[in-house]
Ligand binder design. Structure first.
Ligand SMILES: Nc1ncnc2c1ncn2[C@@H]1O[C@H](COP(=O)(O)OP(=O)(O)OP(=O)(O)O)[C@@H](O)[C@H]1O
Ligand SMILES: [Mg+2]
Length: 262
């Protein structure tokens, strides 16, 4: 099956022979423009899946493709955001957001020439996530939720075709988290990039995604692929409906079982 992201029978062992087999027989296909989520027990290989897809680590076995090309190094069309916003403390928020344009080709070559257009783009993104006017602040002058929003802007500034989010909202309180669901939902609706979101929060996965992949315990592989076909735009109250909760219930049972049967 063709897809925007494909992993075909992938295995990865950290630390060479006798090391840790993190994923094995990992096969998945993510269609272009879809919002997908990956859930599974702690330590099952979710972050490894993200590293394999973005070319930060090479599979020991099997193959990975993104946008029709075999992945053989860092994937420049991907934007990434992880659990702890790794904003550089000595750079203002705006300059943090601009960072990928400074280092990722082809933007790098024209970074100086296009400076004012770049700043405009960064400011437009900050505005979209509710941070208009905060570009001149340093990260340490922002709350955790605001840092996470800036982090998201930084992942999106080079207009990636693929957005990789690894527990990006994990450290936030429930209200801020749900606010950011709306932000990311609207950004996806507008820009139509392909998303892979790793999360421990089943409600987050089901609310945001078109498709949820459930992984087994380590060595991780996909044990269920569930299409979530609630119409969009999805209202916030969706998460209180019986239909929604029955999916949460199903996936929770599956993960509970996966934890005990590796
Ligand atoms: N750089 C590394 N070197 C050696 N082992 C590693 C490395 N990174 C991960 N592992 C091991 O590989 C396995 C999978 O790790 P991974 O980080 O992919 O899990 P995860 O599903 O993201 O976990 P969590 O839900 O806790 O974030 C774990 O057993 C982990 O200890
Ligand atoms: Mg992880």
């Amino acid at each position: 099956m063709s897809g925007f992201v494909t992993l075909d029978n992938v295995a990865l062992t950290y630390g060479g022979a006798g090391g840790t087999l993190a994923v094995d027989g990992l096969t998945m296909t993510v269609p272009k423009g879809e919002f997908t989520a990956v859930v599974g027990p702690s330590g099952c290989g979710k972050s490894t899946l993200m590293k394999l897809t973005t070319g930060l680590v090479r599979p020991s076995k099997g193959s990975v493709t993104v946008a029709g090309k075999a992945v053989d190094g860092p994937v420049s069309i991907a934007g990434m955001a992880f659990q702890n916003p790794s904003l550089l403390p000595w750079r203002k928020t705006l300059d943090n957001v601009l960072l990928p344009l400074e280092i990722v080709e082809p933007h790098r070559r024209t970074f100086r020439r296009d400076h004012s257009a770049n700043v405009e783009k960064a400011e437009a993104l900050l505005k979209m996530v509710g941070l208009a006017g905060f570009g001149e602040k340093f990260p340490w002058q922002l709350s955790g939720g605001m840092q996470q929003r800036s982090n998201l802007c930084r992942a999106l500034i080079h207009q990636p075709e693929l957005l990789m989010l690894d527990e990006p909202f994990g450290a936030l309180d429930a209200f801020t988290r749900e606010e950011l669901w709306a932000v990311i939902r609207d950004l996806h609706q507008e820009k139509r990039f392909t998303v892979i979101l790793v999360t421990h929060d089943l409600r987050e996965a089901i609310y945001l995604a078109d498709r949820v992949f459930v992984m087994s315990a380590r060595p991780g592989r996909i044990i269920q692929e569930r299409v979530i076909d609630f119409p969009r735009p999805r209202p916030r109250d969706l998460i209180y409906t019986n239909e929604f909760n029955s999916i949460v219930h199903d996936l929770r049972a599956l993960i509970a079982e996966a934890r005990t049967t590796a």
